[in-house]
Design a protein around this ligand. Structure first.
Ligand code: 13P
Ligand code: SF4
Length: 333
């Protein structure tokens, strides 16, 4: 099967039919070796992708892994801003994303021109941006953070320094609460983490009185307020490993349940219910990647992430600051 780069960029892999006999797991392993490729996957990817990945992690772990790898090709099974982050840190490596349309509603909620105007109105503010943003927003920022290091990043900034926090208003409000700061918040949010129903979770808690509610800080304040633990995906997973509770209601994207269940086969994990009956707590962007697309992107080395070099250099500075502060705080090795 031959297909041009232009065709892949235009149509993606949707029209390609794969031989049903193909063992995709074996083929992907073969391609990894052949191309000296590493597969980095976020916890929100479908279970098959998690199972073939060389590393699965939260945004902080993935950024660190992308920074340290000596592979020639980074296959990023996640969304666009994550693959872009890997490219920012690795200009000389080929970075592939199985589906170029895998975006992020949160990153999209901060268009660079509007954000620049907002920043210009507050020139005395330092800009801390959550990693879930475009390279353009990173380039307009002073420091990047993830949900795994945000508290340490904020703590590293003098208390009298005014801060703009973007783009997630829920994470920003949560950080204001736990750090006592009064950061100016950009009004963005994640479509998946805003969908959880307080009413249905409350009823679920009544039916499962011993279950703990564990939540991602991208959730709304009302959910976080009744949560037993709040953390990044890696922190939530680690919590379930050390905490003695047997049952959890999990308020984040459902993909993480695969690792939680594998690591705790005797515990029960219940996805927190959304406000309606659709599978809205599945991230539609993350789930655009499939095992088939992963295989094809490795085979054809497309779609590839490319970036203007001046933009990359500007976006790397706040990333480097984040990694340095995270190292100093002992959050990464
Ligand atoms: P973390 O995995 O860093 O907690 O981020 C969650 C997320 O929303 C990624 O899109
Ligand atoms: Fe973006 Fe939310 Fe999907 Fe994460 S879960 S990629 S923040 S839309």
């Amino acid at each position: 099967m031959n297909i041009s780069k232009e065709a892949i960029l235009k149509k993606g892999f949707v029209d390609l039919e794969l031989d049903a006999q193909l063992d995709l797991f074996a083929e992907i392993e073969r391609l990894k070796k052949q191309k000296n490729a590493i597969i980095l996957a976020h916890y929100y990817q479908e279970p098959d992708i998690q199972d073939v990945a060389d590393y699965i992690g939260d945004s902080l772990g993935l950024a660190q892994k992308a920074e340290q790898t000596d592979a020639d090709v980074i296959v990023f099974a996640g969304v666009h801003f994550m693959a872009e982050t890997a490219k920012i840190l690795n200009p000389n490596k080929k970075v592939l994303l199985p589906d170029l349309n895998a975006g992020c509603s949160l990153a999209d909620s901060a268009p660079a021109d509007l954000f620049k105007a907002f920043k210009d109105k507050n020139p005395d503010h330092l800009v801390v941006s959550y990693i879930n943003c475009s390279a353009d927003i990173k380039a307009l920022s002073d420091i990047i953070c993830t949900s795994g290091n945000a508290e340490a990043i904020i703590a590293s900034i003098p208390k009298d320094q005014p801060i703009i926090f973007a783009p997630d208003r829920n994470l920003g409000a949560y950080l204001n609460k736990i750090t006592g700061r009064n950061m100016l918040l950009w009004n963005g949010a994640c479509m998946v983490h805003e969908i959880f129903s307080l009413e249905k979770i409350t009823k679920l808690k009544i039916r499962h009185p011993k279950a703990k509610l564990i939540s991602h800080p991208e959730c709304e304040e009302a959910i976080l307020r009744i949560s037993d633990y709040v953390g990044s995906t890696t922190q939530l997973l680690k919590y379930t490993l050390t905490d003695p509770t047997q049952e959890y209601i999990v308020a984040t994207e459902t993909g993480i349940l695969h690792q939680m269940q594998q690591n705790n086969p005797n515990k029960t994990f219940i996805p927190a219910p959304p406000t309606n009956n659709c599978a809205c707590n599945d991230c539609p962007h993350m789930k655009l990647n499939t095992l088939e697309k992963l295989y094809l992107c490795m085979q054809y080395e497309q779609p590839e992430i490319t970036m203007d070099e001046n933009l990359r250099i500007a976006a790397k500075k706040p990333m480097d600051r984040m990694l340095a502060i995270s190292r100093a705080a002992g959050l990464i090795g």
